[in-house]
Design a protein around this ligand. Sequence first.
Ligand SMILES: Cc1ncc(COP(=O)(O)O)c(C=O)c1O
Length: 302
Amino acid sequence: MAIVINVNGRIAHGTSATIPVLDHGFLYGEGVYEVCRTYHGHPLLFDRHMRRMRNSAGMIALPVPFTDAEALDVVNQTLAAAGLATPATPGHEAYVRLLLTRGVGELSYDAAACSEPSVVVIVRPHAEPEAHIYELGVRVSLVPIVRNHPLSLNPLIKSNNLLNNALAMQHALQHGAFEAVMRNLRGEIAECSQSNLFVVKGGSAFTPPVDAGLLAGITREFLFDVAQEIGVPMAESVMRDEDLLGADEAFLTSTTREVVPIVLVDERRIGAGRPGPVTRALLEGFRRRADLLTAGGGRQQG
Ligand SMILES: Cc1ncc(COP(=O)(O)O)c(C=O)c1O
């Protein structure tokens, strides 16, 4: 099953969808986006993703031209066109990327140059990370590329301008790592190129505070609920290299990857060098709760 792309209501199968060159999303990276994935054919935590999209859009003064219900309709139409609205095979789920750009306008930074935002939905089958990633854990790399300073380009904006993230990830890939861990200008750990970072010490889980300059991940937020449910103490805490390298366990979180154990940071082993019990419990708790929220039709999410 291939990719399906909806551009301003026009649905195209395959990679033929186009966006005008004068769209400021293309010209200047001016736009915001969200990535959801489905469980039982329903986007998990769609309301939270929409809340974040409105927040991101507000931070660049971009009007959001749809209600949450209208956005869900467009997503569902695109899922249906891709044959992914009601997955025939259990576990056959969808990746959904919803993008909103400033739209087409003159070659000018003036926001008034664009009259109408563009709305794009990209849907494709969700590529489940390979099982060994969860069973054995992954190696990440501490990269020299610093996360954008919040006063420069606030990482709280889930922006289509992803050069900072791409450069960090490309550095990690060159070093054979699964993810890039980025610090802020103060040298504190912020987050990864496309996920949030957690460590476990003495049975409690810690993640850098939003003040460190990071994207407030929906999985990160949801995991606080899961942790409370299963009795794992979890808190935000300023984190430096030694906190990561000296952790009992570490893991990263994202919508498409859920909870991935980290067992190596460059050449340094974390804890026992295998996924730890707290990470495993949080992954299981996450999956259980995601399943419960979506199994009955996905309406009771919060
Ligand atoms: C920079 C960054 N941090 C964190 C995340 C994780 O966010 P979420 O859990 O909402 O997928 C992402 C997701 O793409 C990201 O790009």
